[in-house]
Design a protein around this ligand. Sequence first.
Ligand code: MOS
Length: 708
Amino acid sequence: MSAPTVTAAATRAVGREHVRVEGRDKVTGAARYAGEVPFADLAHGWLVLSTVARGRIEEIVTDPVLEMPGVLAVLHHGNAPRLETDFVGLMGTRPDPTCAVFQHDRVPHAGWPVALVVAETSEQAREAAETLVVHYEQQHHDVEFTAADPAAYPVDGHMPAITDKGDLEAELAASAVVLDAEYTTPEEHHHPMEPHAATARWDDGRLEVTDSNQGATWVVSELANIFRLDPASVRVRSEHVGGGFGSKGVRAHQVAAVMAASVLGRPVRVALTRRQMFTLAGHRSPTIQRVRLGADADGRLRALDHRSLSRTSTVYEFVEPSAGVARVMYDADAHHTENKVVRLDVPSPTWMRAPGEAPGSFALEAALDELAEKCGIDPIELRLRNEPDKGPVSGLPFASRNLRACFEEGARRFGWDRRDPRPGVRRDGRWLLGTGTAGASFGAGAAPSTASITAEADGHFTVRIAAADIGTGARTALTLVAADALDVPTERVRVRVGDSAFGPAMIAGGSMGTRSWSWAVTAAAGELRERLVPGMQIPEQGITVRSDTTEAVAALVRKERHSFGAQFAEVAVDPATGEVRVRRMLGIFAAGRIVNPLTARGQFTGGMIWGISMALHEEAARDGHFGGLVGADLAGYHVATHADVPHIEADWVDDPDPEDPVGIKGIGEIGVVGAAAAVANAVWHATGVRHRGLPIRPDRVLTAGPRA
Ligand code: MOS
């Protein structure tokens, strides 16, 4: 076979719509998810979770359960192997001890994993797990999240806890207009469609885990640390993933599966139920945020103060850094932000799509809307008057900042210039109508990754990278990127992802996956093209090159790198029932080069739907008395669904990142940022009533009453 002739491609693949390369496999059921991959001699583990919110395990009555049909073992703190939890992991964070299952008898929250029942079938394991009697010494618990908690303390997380510039009180005192308001967001849950599942198998001293995760490299690293293994002896595969949103790192079920497979000497699968996901998959902490804005009469900010309080468990420190968004969006002569947490007897929160920015943008962008009203200035004009020319806190230059273009294009398409600014004056029958807007930003970055590309003897190219396609269309995006970089049609490119054996790569997270992986794929393609001479014979095993972007990524100079966006919403409010319906939404984004408009639009509109859901529906209700959730299922926890979602449009302005080989910035998270604020601001415009607590439930609309 001769090598493919390299010619200039007539059309470029990047930027053209392409259906998912694995779409047919998914709709025909040929694509297998972690819980479906067949294994010989497979045993099934079922987790038993605590029924008390705080206390100690006194006794686990295993004997009757061990007599039950098919039951092979009950693992718990009395017989489980010891694990390592004292390490800093690949993502620069310490592991959540919730993952290191069965290491002690303490129960720090309701739904804490206390045992794993392993049986021949999943049904037998479940039956036995539900029969297992556990006696607890119950202790007093505290799950009440309040603004005035004296135990709150600042936490850095992935950004500094506190930033401070200028004399805040002096600037507030000198301001012509001052806004001081408290905003709250509730506990929220990710709930990807595919529940978490993992199968662990030991093979001649090597550990293999078939899993559903956001990064095989990451899971290998965490499991190797926890079980004190050489990472080279661990392989994690995760071919298809039905959503993650931050919840699919290493969690209790993978560790329990590996532990059980070690003890039993056969493959063991552990899957979480939807209900178990409410305590073991992480969640977004509720937030209480105070925003103080001081402005001159023309709306120019003199003072910006954004303080956020979130909640974490007693075993793991995780901060929802909601005040961080203010550090990027708006400058002021005096600028203060802080992120604090309080520890309560609740499950550990974790990263959830746009961690920090999602709730933070609700408070900040709602506050800007209130300030615009007080100043008598159009909310878009107010924002444009406060466009910073450098990072408000960092002082660094923006690599690019196209927020203005988003607002101008969005306003034109939404018909903003026809908007009457007065609230509560438009009616359509029984409905009050209103429109609202909000700004959005999310960090744009790249992380080191490796990739390989093989020029095959049959003329195809095989790309291997430990990327995770969590439903975003990453596999398809990388096909387009590789095709362009190799200068061949997409049909000649096969992309394989989701296998740690392909070498280290960035996770699908932080909106950095596709950019980081594309960089590595582009680098490998460039090298391969240099190796290929037109007409050369490709050997049977192909010609393979590997790339590593560690040095290239490290060479990026420090700048403020962000995507931006403008969100618009129109709502109808029924003052008799309190019902809020979103009638239309528009989001215009400046988010780098868009690789695949088809899947990108889905990413953006998906995020915006999260915004509708956050504004109007989502709220996990924690019961103070028993410390757990009320209605921990997708009936009790309502997520926006078809009937809640109107016509949504997402589009983008030209915004290629000049420092990225493909021009990518990343689009996974920005769609949700500002979306809830746009809806809430529209509810005010419809009714004249501000709702500073989410979700804007019918009872809250009714209680708030009509405009005075
Ligand atoms: Mo995302 S919360 O970085 O998976």
